[in-house]
Design a protein around this ligand. Structure first.
Ligand SMILES: [Zn+2]
Length: 404
């Protein structure tokens, strides 16, 4: 098993030579990376080797140990995803749903425009007036922008709170740590670059105004109990405790990303259940950002409504990837149905260009993770059980199709 798994890890590194975004993190042996760089295996060679490892894996007897069985199934599925990515790089065109199924082991539900229109109608009542709703909503939101000069203080305080909430329930290595950098000119709003040795680099994109809700969102999503904690627990429980070296490499366009983004998004609610979030924001973050604390509840009531538009982003991406609409139409669709102002919608279409059907990992991933955790008793009313199931998921190689 270990040598097959090692073969998989080396193929991910080899594919990284053809696709700059593919290897999201790597902290395994330095000579594996060097080998991939000097060898520069062609795509056909990578595909042949991947198929060979799949055949060998299929011949492995089913292990008695649950974790070893998850590992074997996981490797098989990560390899079939890698093969799909090879085909895409060779020019094969997949539809949005075919692609998300092949790469991420999941297909997002389809919603019609009338589904979103119902939510928009409610927001229209909340923000009466003439002119496009997105502009009325944006005018409301302007009072909740974190001033640039206060951004780092607010963000650091949010991280401290997320870290505290997480460490109360999750045993993390003493030396785990991350660094925050502020960057510009990216298609994403935040990114965690895991470095190994329980260390992450988190980048926050300041191209567009950052609203107060992004402080907790980003601190939880990129940090605690999101990507940073996920990677730390994988390194601790799989790489170090079990010696499963394939987990030192993280293939971005793979089923692992649905688990990563889904847990990072659901983790926000795990860390701040019920009213805890708005209470913390009202008493700590709003004053720190110089915003009016009395308006915190109102802001989050509106955000809860707008959250119902989350899948509108998938529809724009689906139409765009399927060539039913062009970039300008996708941008307009996001403005109208996802209530994104023009520049944010345009940034999102650049994200579609770079990451395509990856978008489903955020909202579908979150919903799948929630259903999985709650079906195992980890409901909002059972916080200890919820944390327990959440940590179990973060520490095991479970596939999206295995989330039931
Ligand atoms: Zn993420």
């Amino acid at each position: 098993m270990d040598s097959l798994a090692e073969g998989y890890a080396k193929l991910v590194l080899a594919l990284g030579q053809h696709d700059a975004d593919y290897v999201d993190a790597y902290y395994g042996p330095a000579d594996w990376r060097k080998e991939a760089e000097t060898r520069k295996a062609p795509l056909d060679r990578i595909a042949l080797d991947a198929t060979e490892i799949q055949t060998a894996l299929a011949r492995q007897p089913r292990p008695d140990d649950d974790m070893a069985w998850l590992r074997l199934q996981y490797l098989q599925r990560q390899l079939s995803s890698l093969l799909a990515r090879v085909r895409m790089l060779k020019g094969e065109r997949l539809s949005f749903d075919e692609e998300s199924n092949a790469l991420y082991d999941a297909v997002a539900p389809t919603f019609s425009e009338s589904h979103f229109q119902e939510v928009l109608d409610r927001l229209d009542e909340r923000f009466p007036g003439s002119g496009p709703l997105v502009q009325r909503y944006e005018a409301f939101r302007r009072a909740f922008v974190i001033p640039r000069t206060k951004l780092d203080a607010v963000f650091q305080r949010a991280i401290q709170a997320c870290r505290g909430a997480t460490r109360a329930h999750v045993a993390l290595p003493e030396n785990e740590h991350f660094k925050v950098e502020y960057v510009t000119n990216k298609s994403w709003s935040g990114y965690n670059w895991y470095q190994g040795e329980f260390h992450s680099l988190i980048q926050v994109n300041t191209d567009l105004p950052i609203y107060i809700d992004r402080a907790i969102d980003l601190a939880c999503h990129e940090g605690y109990p999101g990507h940073h904690v996920y990677n730390v627990l994988l390194e601790k429980s799989l790489v170090r405790d079990r010696g499963w070296k394939e987990f030192t490499v993280y293939a971005l366009f793979s089923p692992q990303s649905l688990i990563a983004e889904g847990t990072a998004n659901f983790g926000i609610e795990v860390a701040f259940p019920g009213d805890e979030r708005v209470d913390f924001e009202r008493t700590v973050l709003f004053p720190l950002a110089g915003l009016e604390p009395a308006r915190a509840v109102e802001y989050y009531e509106v955000q809860a409504l707008v959250d119902h538009l989350s899948y509108a982003g998938n529809e724009a991406a689906r139409g765009y990837i399927n060539n039913q609409i062009d970039a300008a139409q996708a941008t307009a669709w996001l403005e109208r149905y996802a209530l994104m102002p023009h520049d944010r919608a345009a940034q999102r279409v650049r994200f579609f260009d770079q990451y395509r059907s990856y978008v489903i990992n955020y909202n579908l991933g979150k919903d799948m993770v929630r259903r999985y955790i709650e079906s195992r008793g980890g409901t909002a009313g059972q916080p200890a059980k919820r944390w327990h199931e959440f940590v179990g998921l973060l520490s095991s190689p479970r596939l999206p199709s295995g989330l039931q």
